[in-house]
Design a binder for this molecule. Sequence first.
Ligand code: HEC
Length: 197
Amino acid sequence: MSDNREQTRDDQTDYIPDSLREHTFDGIREYDNRLPNWWLAIMYGSIVFALLYWIVFHTLEIRPTPREAFDRRMAAAQEAELARMAESGLSDELLLMMSETPTTVAEGRNLYDRHCVACHKDRGQGLVGPNLTDDMWLHGCAPMDLHAIVADGVATKGMPAWMNQLGPSRVSTVVSYVLTLRNTNVPGKEPEGEPCR
Ligand code: HEC
């Protein structure tokens, strides 16, 4: 029995007793023990990981951030969907979908700035041509209605036909931008035509 006790004490020679720090706050004392290695490994590991993450994603931008990767995949999916729909020909749905695709809308805006601003003004509020931002339309408000007017024009009223000059793809692109102007209600030329139904 006594042998046994000796044995236990020997085994514990490398046991380091809790050490207490000097100070006392309201009678509370603090241990000053060494943190376990697994804990330190996690802490230093996190610091190294955070540094590498920052350098790779933010400083050198070697890899896209998860947010950018997500946006890219969404844009790619949207473009694939557009291409699929375009195969079955022009439709209200296709034009609407184009008007929700940022890259297409940006291209459309460029075309608009170059070719349409003179008569419809920078935000579509109208000058010679009608206000494109209100809810009133001379020739209908459906995407295909706008497409028809932009493609064929209204010769007698001074709206040029754009199909020959821009070609089918750019006509659709500029229409997709005009669709984003609908109901933005920029004060400008008085409403003309019929309310959108
Ligand atoms: C030379 C001036 C002029 C230019 C440039 C012009 N438009 Fe027009 N646009 C008009 C006029 C005028 C009308 C009204 C036609 C009518 O009274 O029937 C019109 C009508 C429209 C309509 C139909 C509005 C409605 O109420 O139904 C759309 C859409 C339109 N234009 C888009 C465009 C786009 C897109 C471009 C550029 C690619 C463009 N226009 C360039 C003068 C112009």
